[in-house]
Design a protein around this ligand. Structure first.
Ligand code: HEM
Length: 509
């Protein structure tokens, strides 16, 4: 009897605590008429949101938009969330200069990215954003195109063993190693040769950390650190170890690069790098790391820890995003022979017959049709499928009151497929992007790189890289529709549990 009374008392306390902490937000949601699925006490919609698994989330969110309209709310264990595909909200949120905090799901990135550009806000973010804008200057990009060209040639060579015209090849496996080689050299100025040595400890650790953290987001037993530690101690231990391997490697590269600069200063051979080095014909040879080592903010150089969080951020942002974009583009091209033919014709016109001849930034920019193909790919398969923000105070947008402490997720994947903005939304039609004015009309309807102050700082780099990898591959191989179709799986990055499959056949020279 005593036990029963205690249990009822504990339950009553738990329910009142749950009610008290959610009270203001429930009232604000009521006032703003944002509805959503019925939420249980304590768990909220946790059973739906965390039990479906990442593979089924897209269908569930799509169905919820059908039921509740273009914006709906849900609760997961007291956390309030809003999902939206309403462009009024996209505009208000993305243009805001004050709403810069990231949604709760981004906390899974913090253990390995710390407070780098993606996750930082305020003065720290602002001053570093200015520094990085320099890093993507036209002259610096030319140096990166050289790296992209070299690494895409390695990728083409590695693909030879599977290019028999029959095998279904999951392109993400190959592209992600090539993209990792590109970003490591561009960000740190070192070569890890991931394509030749995928077992290199840093490469394995980075892949493993991203995999474990992505997987945790939609699993009840892993989402909260304290439960994760208790229920999955081995995985938790592995995660810690892998993060240590990543950080040790980045620290070592920073220390060595700093020592080289110090040595050069000591023996008088130091010459500060400049964006347009006359000895390089106006081009630069800088890795992002060099820019960070030379930077001072308020007269102070950046510490190794400051630099590490930025380099790690670029490694994360620059690898999986581009790999997802390139792999989905190859997949779409393989299923649209007309599109493939038009790209190939353009490649012959602009780059000539010899597939080994190197590309340059200006040649890549001449590939206008390929540009449209990539843009259409990023519409249907946006590598970053949702963008999230977190309200630290109550907010008025588009006639709605959004309560404080709410994560708002802009579901780019579904907004990009809205028939209101894109007729025949599921058709792959690169021609949509042929006229620049049609793009302008769709501001906020098409935001694969986000928009506003926190937009993707690497988008020019990413477009060049996607063009470099795809053009090299299509100059050497014909793509064929082989293997299972893609199935969208949303986590940090858009993936497909069935693979992103194509067949490859060498082109006759
Ligand atoms: C197809 C490839 C890419 C896509 C689709 C993409 C998309 C995005 C999106 C949507 C955001 C905003 C995220 C948010 O607001 O939550 C973002 C931010 C960012 N991206 Fe990219 N990205 C790509 C490639 C790259 C590359 C190659 C780099 C670096 C070389 C990069 C560096 C960054 C950084 C540092 C941020 C944070 C910017 C800030 O918060 O100020 N991205 N990206």
């Amino acid at each position: 009897m005593l036990l029963l009374t205690l249990a009822i008392g504990a339950l009553a306390l738990l329910l009142s605590w749950d009610f008290m902490r959610k009270r203001k937000r429930v009232a604000a949601f009521g006032r703003s008429m944002i509805s959503g699925p019925l939420a249980l006490p304590i768990l909220g919609n946790g059973l739906q949101g965390l039990s479906l698994g990442a593979e089924n989330i897209v269908d569930w969110v799509e169905e919820s938009f059908r039921i509740y309209g273009k914006t709906f709310r849900m609760w997961i264990m007291g956390e309030s969330l809003i999902y939206t595909i309403d462009l009024k909200h996209f505009e208000a949120i993305l243009s805001s200069t004050t709403l810069l905090e990231k949604g709760q799901l981004y906390t899974f990135l913090r253990p390995f990215l710390n407070d780098g550009l993606l996750l930082s806000v305020g003065k720290k973010w602002h001053s570093r954003r200015k520094v990085f804008t320099t890093a993507f200057h036209f002259n610096v990009l030319e140096h990166y195109v050289g790296i992209m060209d070299r690494q895409s040639a390695v990728m083409v060579e590695k693909l030879q063993e599977v290019a028999d015209g029959k095998t279904a090849v999951d392109m993400l496996r190959f592209v992600s190693l090539a993209a990792l080689d590109v970003i490591t050299e561009a960000a740190m100025g070192v070569q890890v040769n991931a394509q030749s040595d995928p077992k290199f400890p840093y490469v394995q650790a980075l892949k493993s950390v991203v995999y474990i953290q992505s997987d945790r987001m939609f699993k009840f037993s892993q989402r909260y650190d304290w439960i994760f530690r208790l229920t999955c101690p081995v995985l938790h231990y592995k995660l810690r170890g892998d993060i240590r391997i990543m950080h040790d490697f980045t620290n070592k590269v920073i220390r060595e690069r700093r020592a080289t600069v110090e040595q050069a200063k000591a023996d008088g051979s130091y010459r500060p790098l400049s964006l347009a080095d006359p000895k390089m014909g106006g081009k630069s040879q800088m890795a992002l790391l060099d820019i960070l080592l030379q930077t001072t903010i308020d007269g102070q150089p950046l510490s190794d820890a400051d630099i590490r969080e930025e380099v790690d951020t670029f490694m994360f942002e620059g690898d999986d995003t581009t790999s997802s974009g390139v792999s989905h583009a190859l997949y779409a091209i393989s299923r649209h022979p007309q599109v493939q033919e038009s790209i190939h014709k353009e490649l012959l016109q602009v780059l000539g017959n010899d597939p080994s001849s190197p590309v340059t930034q200006s040649k890549l920019q001449e590939l206008k049709y390929l540009d449209c193909v990539i843009k259409e790919t990023l519409r249907l398969y946006p590598p970053v499928p949702t963008v999230g923000r977190y309200t630290t105070k109550e907010l008025q947008i588009g006639g709605h009151t959004i309560p404080a402490n709410t994560s708002i997720y802009l579901v780019l994947y579904l907004a990009h497929r809205d028939a209101e903005h894109f007729p025949d939304p599921l058709d792959f039609k690169p021609e949509r992007f042929l006229h620049a004015d049609s793009e302008n009309r769709r501001t906020f309807a098409y935001v694969p790189f986000s928009a506003g102050p926190k937009n993707c700082i690497g988008q020019k780099f990413a477009m060049l890289e996607m063009k470099a990898l795809i053009s090299k591959l299509l100059r050497c191989y014909e793509l064929l529709p082989r293997g299972a179709d893609v199935r969208p799986m949303i986590n940090f990055i858009l993936r497909s549990p069935s693979g992103i499959n194509v067949g490859l056949r060498p082109r006759k020279s």
